[in-house]
Design a protein around this ligand. Structure first.
Ligand SMILES: Cc1cc2nc3c(=O)[nH]c(=O)nc-3n(C[C@H](O)[C@H](O)[C@H](O)COP(=O)(O)OP(=O)(O)OC[C@H]3O[C@@H](n4cnc5c(N)ncnc54)[C@H](O)[C@@H]3O)c2cc1C
Ligand code: FES
Length: 338
């Protein structure tokens, strides 16, 4: 098994066959920087100083031409072919709380949520060990690459993993899930991953903001707040942004939580004004960040934020929170769904 040394950081780890540098480092408990795990964000860039490696996605958008000229690689897309020495900055603050592991899981149930989002429930023999807000990498039959999907439920000993997946027309994984996978079918499930997990030690009110398929991890965070005795009575403002009224979802699940309407509040906005008028939508129209700002008012400055959804939504919210309202980055936890 290849042995990987991190230059000048006194850290060495084994890389199991088929693992990338990133996943092996996280399995060893190291604070390797990353976000998406799928080659898109660029957060896991590093340098290979010694040793041979294979790049599983040479065109990955997470690397610029300049990065490539400088010999940088993405740790999430790089497999060592033997022992290697790499250079990156470990951060002890991001060491995985739950170390990721590979499992087999079987499809147990499928439920419609909206016209294009379905809930897929998988069951594994091993416990479903993760923090609310994290994601797993699913290896689906017939696809050579795994995809990232966030859990919507809470960790549990029964091995249940609930995902909310949006159908992408022509998309490899979503078409496999929506059209091909039958109950009982086996898949590979590797996780948990992701840094946008619920912080139970923060004294602040909590704001969850989801767009599109970003619903799943935000539901998990809200459910985590409701289930955590130390957070009893904590205010949660849950925002959901969709393009049309038919996309709006999440309220029934929140309404099932203790404290809904008192401590837990749901807000939704639709961005397509024509579709909203055609459907007789009487709620808010516009991008979700505008609704967040107008609803929270002065409370915005003192809250802890969790965000999940398409990169433009997350970037508009970062602009609002960090640039306009000067919130420190450690109060904003997010996953961009590339
Ligand atoms: C952290 C994270 C969490 C996510 N959580 C959810 C969720 O809870 N629900 C949800 O619906 N979606 C989620 N997504 C999006 C999801 O992972 C998929 O991108 C989406 O379902 C579309 O996948 P697809 O296979 O159907 O589409 P495709 O267009 O086939 O693939 C989508 C992406 O997979 C990658 N990819 C495709 N082919 C290759 C290849 N040959 N080599 C390398 N990479 C390739 C590319 O990044 C591409 O953009 C999440 C994404 C991330 C990063
Ligand atoms: S974590 Fe590797 S590119 Fe996002």
């Amino acid at each position: 098994m290849p042995v990987i040394e991190i230059d000048a950081q006194d850290a060495v780890f084994d890389c199991a066959p088929g693992d990338t540098l990133l996943r092996a480092g996280l399995r060893a408990g190291l604070g390797m920087p990353y976000e998406c795990g799928v080659g898109a964000c660029g957060c896991c860039r590093c340098e290979v100083i010694e040793g041979e490696v294979a790049d599983q996605w040479p065109e990955a958008p997470g690397l610029s031409d300049r990065d490539r000229r400088k010999g940088r690689v993405l740790a999430c897309q790089t497999r060592p072919l033997g022992d290697a020495r790499i250079r990156l900055r470990l951060d002890p603050r991001i060491e995985p709380v739950v170390r990721p592991a590979r499992r087999t899981a079987r499809l147990a149930a499928v439920n419609d949520i909206t016209h294009d989002i379905r809930e897929f429930v998988f069951r594994s023999d091993a416990p479903a060990d993760f923090l609310p807000g994290q994601y797993a990498m699913l290896a689906l039959p017939g696809l050579d690459r795994e995809r990232a999907y966030s859990m919507a439920n809470l960790p549990n000993g029964a091995g249940e993993w609930h995902f909310r997946i949006r159908r992408v027309i022509g998309g490899g994984a979503s078409e496999a899930l929506f059209s091909q996978l039958a109950p009982g079918a086996e898949i590979g499930l590797d996780g948990p991953y992701g840094m946008a997990w619920l912080r139970t030690d923060s004294p602040r009110d909590i704001v969850c903001i989801a767009g599109g398929s970003g619903l799943a991890p935000m539901l998990s965070v809200a459910r985590g707040v409701a289930a955590e005795p130390s957070l009893a009575g904590r205010r949660v403002d849950f925002f959901y942004g969709g393009r049309t009224p038919a996309d709006i979802c999440g309220q029934p699940e929140l309404a099932a939580l203790p404290g809904f309407g008192e401590a837990i509040h749901y807000h939704a906005a639709v961005s397509d004004a024509d579709a909203a008028h055609r459907a007789g939508w009487s709620g808010q129209i516009g991008p979700i960040h505008q609704l967040v700002e107008s609803t929270l008012g002065e409370r915005l400055g003192s809250a802890e934020f969790y965000l999940a959804g398409p990169p433009p939504m997350v970037e508009a919210l970062q602009q609002l929170l960090q640039l306009t309202h000067k919130l420190p980055p450690e109060r904003i936890h997010f996953d961009r769904f590339f």
